[in-house]
Design a binder for this molecule. Structure first.
Ligand code: ZN
Ligand code: ZN
Length: 376
Protein backbone atom coordinates (compact mmCIF):
# COMPACT_ATOMS: atom_id res chain seq x y z
CA UNK A 1 0.00 0.00 0.00
CA UNK A 2 1.01 3.62 -0.39
CA UNK A 3 1.76 5.69 2.72
CA UNK A 4 3.07 9.17 3.45
CA UNK A 5 6.20 9.20 5.59
CA UNK A 6 9.01 11.52 6.70
CA UNK A 7 12.24 10.30 5.05
CA UNK A 8 15.77 11.34 5.98
CA UNK A 9 17.87 11.32 2.79
CA UNK A 10 21.04 13.02 4.09
CA UNK A 11 22.44 13.59 7.57
CA UNK A 12 24.28 16.66 8.85
CA UNK A 13 22.32 19.34 7.01
CA UNK A 14 22.65 22.82 8.56
CA UNK A 15 20.10 24.52 10.82
CA UNK A 16 17.54 25.90 10.56
CA UNK A 17 15.83 22.68 9.48
CA UNK A 18 12.78 24.65 8.37
CA UNK A 19 15.05 25.78 5.48
CA UNK A 20 17.43 22.84 4.90
CA UNK A 21 14.49 20.37 5.25
CA UNK A 22 16.38 17.17 6.21
CA UNK A 23 13.08 15.30 6.34
CA UNK A 24 11.09 15.11 3.14
CA UNK A 25 7.47 14.01 3.20
CA UNK A 26 7.27 11.30 0.57
CA UNK A 27 4.88 8.65 -0.65
CA UNK A 28 6.39 5.20 -0.02
CA UNK A 29 5.31 1.68 -0.84
CA UNK A 30 4.71 -0.40 2.32
CA UNK A 31 4.70 -4.21 2.08
CA UNK A 32 2.00 -6.23 3.84
CA UNK A 33 2.98 -7.69 7.24
CA UNK A 34 5.14 -10.84 6.97
CA UNK A 35 5.52 -13.73 9.39
CA UNK A 36 5.28 -12.43 12.97
CA UNK A 37 4.59 -8.86 11.81
CA UNK A 38 1.75 -6.41 12.25
CA UNK A 39 0.41 -3.48 10.23
CA UNK A 40 -0.29 -0.53 12.55
CA UNK A 41 -2.15 2.65 11.70
CA UNK A 42 -0.08 5.30 13.46
CA UNK A 43 -2.19 7.82 15.37
CA UNK A 44 0.54 9.81 17.17
CA UNK A 45 4.34 9.93 17.01
CA UNK A 46 6.58 11.94 19.34
CA UNK A 47 9.68 13.94 18.34
CA UNK A 48 12.66 12.81 20.43
CA UNK A 49 16.21 14.05 20.82
CA UNK A 50 17.54 10.80 19.45
CA UNK A 51 15.71 11.53 16.17
CA UNK A 52 17.65 14.81 16.15
CA UNK A 53 20.85 12.84 16.75
CA UNK A 54 20.18 10.81 13.60
CA UNK A 55 19.36 13.98 11.63
CA UNK A 56 22.54 15.79 12.72
CA UNK A 57 24.77 12.70 12.41
CA UNK A 58 25.58 12.19 16.09
CA UNK A 59 23.94 8.79 15.87
CA UNK A 60 25.08 7.27 12.57
CA UNK A 61 22.35 5.35 10.74
CA UNK A 62 21.97 4.25 7.10
CA UNK A 63 19.97 6.54 4.78
CA UNK A 64 17.47 6.84 3.25
CA UNK A 65 15.62 6.15 6.48
CA UNK A 66 11.97 6.65 7.42
CA UNK A 67 12.37 8.27 10.84
CA UNK A 68 10.39 8.16 14.08
CA UNK A 69 10.57 5.73 17.01
CA UNK A 70 8.08 6.88 19.69
CA UNK A 71 4.48 6.19 18.75
CA UNK A 72 1.09 4.69 19.41
CA UNK A 73 -1.56 3.45 17.03
CA UNK A 74 -4.20 0.90 16.17
CA UNK A 75 -3.61 -2.59 14.78
CA UNK A 76 -5.02 -2.84 11.27
CA UNK A 77 -3.85 -6.28 10.11
CA UNK A 78 -1.79 -9.12 11.58
CA UNK A 79 0.61 -11.26 9.60
CA UNK A 80 0.95 -15.06 9.72
CA UNK A 81 1.82 -16.42 13.17
CA UNK A 82 0.48 -13.45 15.15
CA UNK A 83 -2.25 -14.86 17.36
CA UNK A 84 -2.32 -12.53 20.36
CA UNK A 85 -3.16 -9.23 18.66
CA UNK A 86 -6.17 -8.40 16.52
CA UNK A 87 -7.34 -5.52 14.32
CA UNK A 88 -8.63 -2.69 16.50
CA UNK A 89 -6.20 -3.27 19.39
CA UNK A 90 -4.48 -0.13 20.66
CA UNK A 91 -0.70 -0.47 20.87
CA UNK A 92 2.42 1.40 21.91
CA UNK A 93 5.46 0.87 19.67
CA UNK A 94 8.74 0.00 21.36
CA UNK A 95 12.02 0.85 19.64
CA UNK A 96 13.98 -2.32 20.38
CA UNK A 97 12.29 -5.41 18.94
CA UNK A 98 13.27 -8.27 21.27
CA UNK A 99 13.71 -11.81 19.99
CA UNK A 100 12.96 -13.43 23.36
CA UNK A 101 15.73 -16.02 23.02
CA UNK A 102 19.19 -14.37 23.00
CA UNK A 103 21.25 -14.14 26.24
CA UNK A 104 20.06 -10.61 27.25
CA UNK A 105 16.44 -11.52 26.46
CA UNK A 106 16.84 -14.74 28.46
CA UNK A 107 17.94 -12.82 31.51
CA UNK A 108 15.03 -10.38 31.28
CA UNK A 109 16.82 -7.48 29.59
CA UNK A 110 14.98 -7.12 26.27
CA UNK A 111 16.37 -3.62 25.64
CA UNK A 112 19.75 -5.27 25.05
CA UNK A 113 18.40 -7.91 22.63
CA UNK A 114 21.27 -8.86 20.33
CA UNK A 115 19.42 -9.56 17.06
CA UNK A 116 17.03 -6.67 17.80
CA UNK A 117 19.80 -4.12 18.18
CA UNK A 118 21.74 -5.56 15.22
CA UNK A 119 18.66 -5.19 12.99
CA UNK A 120 18.15 -1.64 14.30
CA UNK A 121 21.75 -0.75 13.44
CA UNK A 122 21.28 -1.99 9.86
CA UNK A 123 17.92 -0.24 9.46
CA UNK A 124 16.22 -3.62 8.96
CA UNK A 125 13.28 -5.40 10.53
CA UNK A 126 13.88 -8.04 13.23
CA UNK A 127 12.69 -10.62 10.69
CA UNK A 128 15.30 -9.35 8.16
CA UNK A 129 15.03 -6.98 5.22
CA UNK A 130 12.90 -3.90 4.70
CA UNK A 131 9.21 -3.38 4.11
CA UNK A 132 9.50 0.22 2.81
CA UNK A 133 10.37 1.06 -0.80
CA UNK A 134 10.32 3.89 -3.30
CA UNK A 135 10.96 3.66 -7.04
CA UNK A 136 12.50 0.20 -6.70
CA UNK A 137 14.86 1.25 -3.87
CA UNK A 138 14.64 0.05 -0.26
CA UNK A 139 14.10 2.60 2.51
CA UNK A 140 15.61 1.79 5.93
CA UNK A 141 13.53 1.40 9.06
CA UNK A 142 14.26 3.54 12.11
CA UNK A 143 14.58 1.20 15.10
CA UNK A 144 12.08 -1.22 13.59
CA UNK A 145 9.36 1.40 13.94
CA UNK A 146 9.55 4.30 11.36
CA UNK A 147 6.61 6.05 12.94
CA UNK A 148 6.53 9.46 11.26
CA UNK A 149 4.23 7.76 8.78
CA UNK A 150 0.55 7.03 8.30
CA UNK A 151 1.15 3.31 8.75
CA UNK A 152 3.99 1.03 9.79
CA UNK A 153 4.72 -2.68 9.50
CA UNK A 154 6.55 -3.77 12.64
CA UNK A 155 7.56 -6.95 14.43
CA UNK A 156 4.95 -8.28 16.87
CA UNK A 157 7.76 -7.91 19.40
CA UNK A 158 7.85 -4.12 18.85
CA UNK A 159 4.32 -3.79 20.23
CA UNK A 160 2.69 -3.59 23.64
CA UNK A 161 -1.11 -3.71 23.76
CA UNK A 162 -2.60 -0.95 25.92
CA UNK A 163 -5.88 0.04 27.51
CA UNK A 164 -7.92 1.82 24.80
CA UNK A 165 -9.08 4.35 27.43
CA UNK A 166 -5.64 6.04 27.29
CA UNK A 167 -5.55 8.74 24.57
CA UNK A 168 -3.10 7.65 21.89
CA UNK A 169 -1.35 11.06 21.78
CA UNK A 170 -0.29 10.62 25.40
CA UNK A 171 0.25 6.88 25.00
CA UNK A 172 2.89 7.57 22.33
CA UNK A 173 5.21 9.10 24.92
CA UNK A 174 5.32 5.83 26.83
CA UNK A 175 7.22 4.21 23.93
CA UNK A 176 10.41 6.22 24.52
CA UNK A 177 10.39 9.20 26.89
CA UNK A 178 8.48 7.55 29.73
CA UNK A 179 10.15 4.13 29.53
CA UNK A 180 13.62 5.69 29.25
CA UNK A 181 13.19 8.37 31.93
CA UNK A 182 11.06 6.67 34.56
CA UNK A 183 12.77 3.34 33.88
CA UNK A 184 16.23 4.81 34.57
CA UNK A 185 15.01 5.74 38.06
CA UNK A 186 12.82 2.72 38.81
CA UNK A 187 14.71 -0.10 37.09
CA UNK A 188 18.31 0.92 36.45
CA UNK A 189 18.90 2.81 39.71
CA UNK A 190 16.10 1.32 41.83
CA UNK A 191 15.85 4.57 43.76
CA UNK A 192 14.52 3.83 47.28
CA UNK A 193 12.04 5.98 49.22
CA UNK A 194 13.69 9.02 50.77
CA UNK A 195 16.79 8.98 48.54
CA UNK A 196 18.24 12.19 47.10
CA UNK A 197 18.29 12.57 43.31
CA UNK A 198 19.69 14.96 40.70
CA UNK A 199 18.57 15.07 37.06
CA UNK A 200 20.91 16.79 34.60
CA UNK A 201 19.18 17.75 31.32
CA UNK A 202 15.44 18.42 31.30
CA UNK A 203 14.20 17.25 27.92
CA UNK A 204 11.37 14.75 27.58
CA UNK A 205 13.47 11.93 29.03
CA UNK A 206 14.99 14.02 31.84
CA UNK A 207 11.62 15.35 32.94
CA UNK A 208 10.30 11.79 32.98
CA UNK A 209 13.21 10.84 35.24
CA UNK A 210 12.10 13.69 37.49
CA UNK A 211 8.51 12.36 37.47
CA UNK A 212 9.93 8.93 38.27
CA UNK A 213 11.86 10.33 41.22
CA UNK A 214 8.66 11.98 42.51
CA UNK A 215 6.76 8.70 42.13
CA UNK A 216 9.59 6.81 43.87
CA UNK A 217 9.36 9.09 46.91
CA UNK A 218 12.74 10.81 46.61
CA UNK A 219 13.22 13.32 49.44
CA UNK A 220 15.27 15.77 47.45
CA UNK A 221 15.06 16.23 43.68
CA UNK A 222 17.64 18.54 42.15
CA UNK A 223 16.91 19.60 38.54
CA UNK A 224 19.65 21.06 36.33
CA UNK A 225 19.40 22.58 32.86
CA UNK A 226 20.69 25.48 30.77
CA UNK A 227 17.22 26.95 30.15
CA UNK A 228 15.26 28.84 32.81
CA UNK A 229 11.76 27.86 31.54
CA UNK A 230 12.67 24.18 31.92
CA UNK A 231 13.79 24.80 35.51
CA UNK A 232 10.43 26.49 36.18
CA UNK A 233 8.56 23.50 34.77
CA UNK A 234 10.74 21.12 36.81
CA UNK A 235 9.75 22.96 39.98
CA UNK A 236 6.08 22.66 39.07
CA UNK A 237 6.52 18.93 38.52
CA UNK A 238 8.16 18.33 41.90
CA UNK A 239 11.81 19.40 41.82
CA UNK A 240 12.87 20.68 45.25
CA UNK A 241 15.96 22.54 43.98
CA UNK A 242 16.94 23.89 40.57
CA UNK A 243 20.34 24.94 39.25
CA UNK A 244 21.58 26.63 36.07
CA UNK A 245 24.04 24.21 34.44
CA UNK A 246 25.99 27.14 32.95
CA UNK A 247 26.77 28.70 36.34
CA UNK A 248 30.50 28.53 37.00
CA UNK A 249 30.22 26.83 40.40
CA UNK A 250 27.20 24.64 39.59
CA UNK A 251 28.74 21.35 40.84
CA UNK A 252 30.01 22.91 44.08
CA UNK A 253 26.68 24.65 44.70
CA UNK A 254 24.78 21.37 44.31
CA UNK A 255 27.22 19.49 46.58
CA UNK A 256 26.85 22.20 49.23
CA UNK A 257 23.06 22.25 48.97
CA UNK A 258 22.92 18.45 49.35
CA UNK A 259 25.58 18.04 52.06
CA UNK A 260 28.16 16.36 49.85
CA UNK A 261 26.11 15.29 46.82
CA UNK A 262 23.06 13.19 45.96
CA UNK A 263 22.55 9.44 46.27
CA UNK A 264 21.61 9.12 42.57
CA UNK A 265 22.49 11.49 39.73
CA UNK A 266 21.01 11.01 36.24
CA UNK A 267 22.68 12.34 33.09
CA UNK A 268 19.89 12.88 30.53
CA UNK A 269 21.49 15.29 28.04
CA UNK A 270 23.83 12.98 26.11
CA UNK A 271 26.81 15.28 26.60
CA UNK A 272 30.18 14.82 28.27
CA UNK A 273 29.90 17.99 30.42
CA UNK A 274 26.49 16.80 31.66
CA UNK A 275 27.88 13.36 32.56
CA UNK A 276 30.89 14.90 34.30
CA UNK A 277 28.55 17.19 36.24
CA UNK A 278 26.35 14.22 37.20
CA UNK A 279 29.41 12.33 38.43
CA UNK A 280 30.66 15.39 40.32
CA UNK A 281 27.39 15.82 42.23
CA UNK A 282 27.07 12.14 43.22
CA UNK A 283 27.97 11.59 46.87
CA UNK A 284 30.43 9.05 48.28
CA UNK A 285 28.87 5.60 47.80
CA UNK A 286 26.37 7.00 45.33
CA UNK A 287 25.33 5.99 41.83
CA UNK A 288 25.59 7.97 38.59
CA UNK A 289 23.29 6.82 35.77
CA UNK A 290 23.62 7.97 32.16
CA UNK A 291 20.77 7.61 29.67
CA UNK A 292 21.67 10.37 27.18
CA UNK A 293 22.85 9.04 23.82
CA UNK A 294 26.11 10.77 22.91
CA UNK A 295 28.08 10.78 19.66
CA UNK A 296 30.19 7.56 19.59
CA UNK A 297 33.41 9.64 19.35
CA UNK A 298 32.86 11.31 22.74
CA UNK A 299 35.01 10.27 25.73
CA UNK A 300 34.59 11.24 29.35
CA UNK A 301 37.28 11.62 31.97
CA UNK A 302 36.81 10.66 35.61
CA UNK A 303 39.07 10.42 38.63
CA UNK A 304 39.68 6.66 38.66
CA UNK A 305 40.39 6.35 42.38
CA UNK A 306 37.01 7.81 43.29
CA UNK A 307 35.30 4.69 41.97
CA UNK A 308 37.34 2.63 44.47
CA UNK A 309 37.88 4.79 47.53
CA UNK A 310 34.37 6.26 47.42
CA UNK A 311 32.68 3.06 46.20
CA UNK A 312 31.02 4.98 43.41
CA UNK A 313 28.90 3.31 40.73
CA UNK A 314 28.58 4.51 37.13
CA UNK A 315 25.80 2.82 35.14
CA UNK A 316 24.35 3.09 31.66
CA UNK A 317 20.61 2.81 31.10
CA UNK A 318 19.03 1.91 27.74
CA UNK A 319 15.22 2.04 27.34
CA UNK A 320 15.21 2.49 31.13
CA UNK A 321 16.29 -1.15 31.60
CA UNK A 322 12.60 -1.81 30.99
CA UNK A 323 10.62 -4.89 30.20
CA UNK A 324 8.08 -3.01 28.06
CA UNK A 325 5.29 -5.59 28.28
CA UNK A 326 5.51 -5.28 32.08
CA UNK A 327 6.39 -1.61 32.47
CA UNK A 328 4.16 0.16 29.92
CA UNK A 329 0.95 -1.07 31.65
CA UNK A 330 2.38 -0.32 35.12
CA UNK A 331 3.41 3.22 34.24
CA UNK A 332 0.14 3.87 32.39
CA UNK A 333 -1.75 2.84 35.52
CA UNK A 334 0.23 5.43 37.52
CA UNK A 335 -0.47 8.02 34.82
CA UNK A 336 -4.21 7.32 34.91
CA UNK A 337 -4.18 7.81 38.70
CA UNK A 338 -2.55 11.23 38.25
CA UNK A 339 0.68 10.05 39.87
CA UNK A 340 2.87 10.42 36.76
CA UNK A 341 2.04 13.68 35.03
CA UNK A 342 3.13 12.67 31.54
CA UNK A 343 0.49 14.90 29.90
CA UNK A 344 2.31 17.97 31.26
CA UNK A 345 5.21 17.11 28.94
CA UNK A 346 3.09 16.96 25.77
CA UNK A 347 3.55 20.57 24.73
CA UNK A 348 2.47 20.61 21.06
CA UNK A 349 0.44 18.66 18.53
CA UNK A 350 1.67 19.12 14.96
CA UNK A 351 1.01 17.91 11.42
CA UNK A 352 3.47 15.71 9.53
CA UNK A 353 4.23 18.54 7.08
CA UNK A 354 5.47 20.78 9.93
CA UNK A 355 8.05 18.29 11.16
CA UNK A 356 11.23 20.12 10.09
CA UNK A 357 10.25 23.31 11.87
CA UNK A 358 9.24 21.24 14.90
CA UNK A 359 12.76 19.74 15.05
CA UNK A 360 14.15 23.30 15.15
CA UNK A 361 11.94 23.97 18.16
CA UNK A 362 13.13 20.76 19.83
CA UNK A 363 16.79 21.61 19.16
CA UNK A 364 16.26 25.10 20.60
CA UNK A 365 14.63 23.71 23.74
CA UNK A 366 11.38 25.54 22.98
CA UNK A 367 9.29 22.38 23.18
CA UNK A 368 9.36 19.37 25.49
CA UNK A 369 7.37 16.74 23.60
CA UNK A 370 5.75 17.53 20.27
CA UNK A 371 3.57 14.84 18.79
CA UNK A 372 2.74 14.38 15.12
CA UNK A 373 -0.98 13.63 15.07
CA UNK A 374 -2.42 11.63 12.19
CA UNK A 375 -6.08 12.45 11.56
CA UNK A 376 -8.73 9.75 11.12
ZN1 ZN B 1 13.49 8.54 21.88
ZN1 ZN C 1 16.86 -11.11 22.11
Amino acid sequence: MKIRAAVLNRTGLPRPYAESRPLSIETLELDPPGQGEVLVRIKAAGLCHSDLSVINGDRPRPVPMALGHEAAGIVEEVGPGVTDLAPGDHVVLVFVPSCGHCPPCAEGRPALCEPGNAANGRGEMLGGGRRLHRAGENVNHHLGVSAFAERAVVSRNSLVRIDPAVPLEEAALFGCAVLTGVGAVANTARVPVGATVAVIGLGGVGLNALLGAVAAGASRIVAVDLLAPKLDLARELGATDTFDAAAEDCARAIREATSGGVDFAFEMAGSVPALELAYAVTRRGGTTVTAGLANPERRMSIQQVSLVAEERTLKGSYVGSCIPVRDVPRLMALYRQGRLKVDRLLTDRIELDDINHAFDRLADGEAIRQVVVFPD
